[in-house]
Design a protein around this ligand. Sequence first.
Ligand code: PEP
Length: 253
Amino acid sequence: MRKRIVAGNWKMNKTYEEALSLVSEIDNMVKDEVTGDITVIVAPPFPFLQSVGKLTQGNDLMHLAAQNVSEHESGAYTGEVSATMLKSVGTEYVIIGHSERRMYHHEDAQTLYKKLKATIAQGLKPIFCCGEPLEERDAENHFEYVGKQLHNSLSYLSNEEFDQVVVAYEPIWAIGTGRTASSQQAQEMHAYIREQLSKMFDAEAAFNCSILYGGSCNPGNAKELFSQPDVDGGLIGGASLKSRDFADIIKSF
Ligand code: PEP
């Protein structure tokens, strides 16, 4: 069955001490307030992964993600971090293809495909991000744009590999802007994504794939977004840095 997931992408925020406080607060709120089958994921910066992960170890709902991974296994790649390294410190998920990495680090579809392979090969689960810039939406080209992103990186995976993938739809015009996609805009894109996935993989695998919405999701709009039939949760940026807001988003299911 499809998992309901709320994942917090902390991006390049927080010091070590602040990261530990934030995760402890989230962990306590999840323990005290969250009931039901929800997967909560936190994605701190690389240096904090192990310590943040340790603080959530006793809490079955909480899981650890990295914000990026190298496409290479090991070797002379200064500054890079491999999937094996991530796994060795307790990471379970890896965000791949976030629009900030596509934009500022020029990660193209082929590189993202290699990152997907490297991640899955280590038994980790990718959270594959897609989403259109404003000009593509204004030109009413958003479905085609997102369809290509999916096809160009995901379609080379096997059915078994695809079973490990979570997809996050994050319209670029909604990320960090305070401008959220309406629940109708989110639902129609999520349904389209699922349809595309069902053409590339088993219909059952596409049905079971969790598709998250990301882009200025907050405690005020999460309930409406998560109530859509093809919205299986959220990838949260800014609001995941405040424990109360993040916990309230988790409780919006
Ligand atoms: C993100 O960058 O993944 C994101 C969804 O950011 P925000 O929630 O701040 O829009």
